[in-house]
Design a protein around this ligand. Sequence first.
Ligand SMILES: Cc1cc2nc3c(=O)[nH]c(=O)nc-3n(C[C@H](O)[C@H](O)[C@H](O)COP(=O)(O)O)c2cc1C
Length: 413
Amino acid sequence: MSPDIHSTNQIARPPLEGKSVVLGVTGSIAAYKAADIASKLVQSGANVDVIMTSAAMQFVGTSTFAALTHRPVTTGLWEAHSELSIDHVALALRADCVLIAPATANTIAKLALGIADDPLTAMVLATEAPVIVAPAMDADMFASSSTQRNVKTLKEDGVMIAGPAVGRLASGLDGEGRLVDTDTLIGLVRQAIGRFGDYAGRHVIVSAGGTKQPIDPVRFISNRSTGKMGYAIAEAARDRGAKVTLVSASDLPEPAGITFIKAVTADNMRDAILPISTDADLLVMAAAISDFTPTQVNDRKIKKQGSGNVSLELAEVEDFMPLARGKNLVKVAFAAETNDLEANAHAKAAPKGAAFVVANNVSEPGSGFGTDTNKVTFVDTDGIAEPLPLMSKLDVGHAILDRALTLLAKRLN
Ligand SMILES: Cc1cc2nc3c(=O)[nH]c(=O)nc-3n(C[C@H](O)[C@H](O)[C@H](O)COP(=O)(O)O)c2cc1C
């Protein structure tokens, strides 16, 4: 049997568990994409109430959303559902976040003016929850002075505008008007809901992925790190209100609501992290930074000589983590080991200046590179080890943040 989180006592915590999201769907050709958004919100643990405009129903049926969310869909001001006395007000009060995706030029204009002639626009007027609007329309409609003016007004009113993205539009033309992708929208919802979390006001830097040390223009030395662990920590910190900088050697897509810096080599990582660490609160070094690098980088592709053997001279890469310093900086190191886990992790803590080391035995099933789960042990500078059960990487991220938070609180007092 392949290892999975359900084989342990630990149940993965969905990031939006118990949160209420109102999804507004309007009459854009991109309305079909809202079904995917509703589905992913539900999979993320959210209770999702969908409000559709009349034009949206020309594109997608209500039963799609009712089936995906297991809830009635609100479509008119005058058709109250039995459980909600006045639908738009009940939903406004219930919402932890409102997401309008796709948002038409028409609905954006109504929101900017405070018009409330359908349940969606009326609900937005009545809610105190954060509102995210994701425009989707023809590029010229978006670029028009009235839409631009309305978008500006919404921003000034505290509404978050997500996108639109640049790309191919339904008309067949390319331009700025595409609905931003579902993962980005879910990330923004998570950020909006967690904005006053226990990391609010703190700057967290996370490194992720395996660096690539060039040999020549077409080859490099790397390792099996995918970046999933670092990305999960960064997203967990974002979901708890932190300002997050993710310094990444990974090819995974950029998470929403996070400052993203691409750093491919060990030198890139050092140059990106050291200058910003001075003002940061927490630095989590989850990246697998190469221990070795070619002493020489050929500027042309190395050709086969037909001699059978080739040797490549490598030098050790200097660890820059000891150089990362800040007034109240808490540092957390990672140790990917195949043997003597705790002893190796303990030996790393003090030289790196890490408050604790997250040790993971990468040869254990369900642990380490590429998986969505991890089984880690926290090892502190005294060598005291706290083994954690097999967990989702997101939950490991939260466990690291929980432990770091107590240390941050002590440093500031
Ligand atoms: C086939 C078709 C596609 C449309 N696509 C869009 C669109 O992508 N974005 C947009 O702002 N309006 C689009 N419209 C226009 C809106 O449906 C129209 O402005 C409608 O009044 C919007 O109503 P609502 O904002 O209440 O949903 C489209 C109309 C049609 C007929």
